[in-house]
Design a protein around this ligand. Structure first.
Ligand code: HEC
Length: 188
């Protein structure tokens, strides 16, 4: 009797353990005796849903909802227009050297390819296709209000596309601070 039991246990062990060695591959899904919370029904962003009437998983925010840190009350800072809708003439916050340096770095990345590092408007578009990007030292651009330049960077103009998404508002102002520096250095 004892001998039989030992054999049964041995066979069971063999069956359970075989196929469990490290690196063993099998086309079948693994045996998963204790699922714990390994499998949880969930939706992925942008996935279709047959639960919601509109068939979309992602819900729209309730009207009037503002995400934390996204209340853009400071219209001058975010749009270059003051509360009355007028273009602001100057960068609407304190400028320091750190901001100008940040602006130089961003300018060299985003603007110099077309306007070139000195702002003369003859960058790669000029070299390859003889298309001149605006010369930032022309009188009209020395005179335009900072808020208007902010609008050009944000929304683009003509052949120049807008940089609303790649360049956050503070960096757009930093670039303007640097463009003003370039302009004044060229003039002196
Ligand atoms: C892909 C090339 C390209 C890039 C990159 C580019 N620009 Fe321009 N930009 C142009 C062209 C072309 C114009 C002329 C647009 C027109 O008048 O149709 C222009 C015009 C301008 C003007 C003049 C707007 C006016 O009122 O006439 C300013 C200021 C300016 N760009 C600033 C910038 C700044 C700052 C950046 C970097 C954030 C930048 N640009 C990046 C091509 C570019």
């Amino acid at each position: 009797m004892n001998g039989t039991r030992a054999k049964v246990i041995a066979v069971l062990l063999l069956v359970t353990v075989s196929g469990c060695w490290r690196g063993a591959t099998s086309p079948r899904p693994p045996i998963h005796p204790n699922p714990n919370m390994d499998h949880q029904p969930k939706y992925r962003a942008q996935a279709a849903s047959d639960f919601f009437y509109d068939g979309a998983t992602m819900r729209l925010p309730l009207e009037g909802t503002v995400a934390r840190g996204e209340l853009h009350e400071d219209t001058a800072f975010y749009t270059g227009l003051d509360e009355a809708g007028a273009i602001v003439s100057k960068i609407p916050f304190e400028i320091d050297e750190e901001l100008v340096l940040r602006g130089k770095e961003r300018y060299d990345i985003y603007c110099a390819p077309c306007h070139n590092q000195r702002g003369t408007g003859k960058g790669v578009l000029w070299e390859r296709a003889q298309i001149e990007s605006a010369d930032l030292h022309q009188q009209r651009l020395l005179d335009i209000p900072d808020g208007q330049m902010f609008d050009v960077i944000t929304n683009g103009l003509g052949l120049m596309s807008g940089y609303k998404y790649p360049i956050p508002p503070r960096d757009r102002w930093a670039i303007i601070a640097y463009v003003r520096r370039l302009q004044s250095e060229a003039g002196s």
